[in-house]
Design a protein around this ligand. Sequence first.
Ligand SMILES: Nc1ncnc2c1ncn2[C@@H]1O[C@H](COP(=O)(O)OP(=O)(O)O)[C@@H](O)[C@H]1O
Ligand SMILES: [Mg+2]
Length: 352
Amino acid sequence: MGKILEIKDLRVSYHTYAGEVQSVRGISFQVEEGETIAIVGESGCGKSVTAKTVMGLISTPPGEIKSGSQVLYFGENILEQSEKEWERYRGAKCSMIFQDALTSLNPTMNIGKQIMENILNHAKVTKEEARRQAVEMLELVKIPDPALCLKKYPHELSGGMRQRVMIAIALSGRPKILIADEPTTALDVTIQAQIIDLMKDIQKKLGTTIILITHDLGVVAGIADKVVVMYSGKIMEKGDLNQIFYGHRHPYTWALLNAAPSLELENKQQLVSIEGTPPDLIDPPVGCPFAARCRYCMNICTEAEPPEYVMSAEGCRGQEERGSREEHRTACWLYHPDSRYQDIEFDKEAGI
Ligand SMILES: Nc1ncnc2c1ncn2[C@@H]1O[C@H](COP(=O)(O)OP(=O)(O)O)[C@@H](O)[C@H]1O
Ligand SMILES: [Mg+2]
């Protein structure tokens, strides 16, 4: 399995009347083919802007993808592709589903027509074949009576069923990557779990690479191979699921996990809220963006931006690049080689 997607120093801003909103401020991560990577972080940290960039959906202006940013799809920088190439890419190579399936579906068209239209856009097939494939897609997403569902309108379906239809539409071009932006946020907990199970199942069947975006760490535990933790347009920590859940090193990841009510995590009965609010992205602070809310903040944290440190079970291994393999990395001054706090144990009660 190779790298399907590589994001390098991505910076995206929006030009507004109030000023330049620096939505994404230099993020890098990579995605292996066939894996599920989760992008997590509080609302407003730049998750959707990142996803939209990968889909070629940033309208410029008011958006601006800063020069030097790269999004490599199998090694090719897709940020340089023409609108025609984007059209060929969307749906067939990469598809996206959004949080609210009711507003994403066309209320004036029945489900069958919407799925078939998408299939006909991506493949030269007859109407009968498109219909057959539409039924197949609805079967894939486990809709009980696909033939009946084809005739229904979006408002006639439940929230969970609508999200299943959205997934069917997104997958109908057989994309290699499926980006799911808060796919379960609008759904109640049991339905959330069903949709996550469905995505796992689809990945097994089709080998689709999944980028799951969520503010809810509980959702991530059941499905992700890797996790990227974003805050204020930057990546605070990234690693595989176990590293992030059980070996996290960034105080923000710790705070996020302690603020998340989750079925999967133990010893989280006592939830800890993260005091304060994220910084203004029009005028972000120098240093670490989390410093103002961090109980482990040191002087350096408000003065200089922390580099990414490579972590290992024994502790910090310094800043060196170690091949192209992505490792557990934390952007936090606590892990500077001269820091006294490298072995820090986060504590709900005490600071350092
Ligand atoms: N079209 C836009 N115009 C201005 N600002 C925007 C626009 N889209 C997003 N932003 C800003 O960019 C930041 C990141 O937004 P977003 O990626 O949507 O966050 P989230 O992590 O909740 O998905 C936020 O501060 C948001 O207000
Ligand atoms: Mg969002």
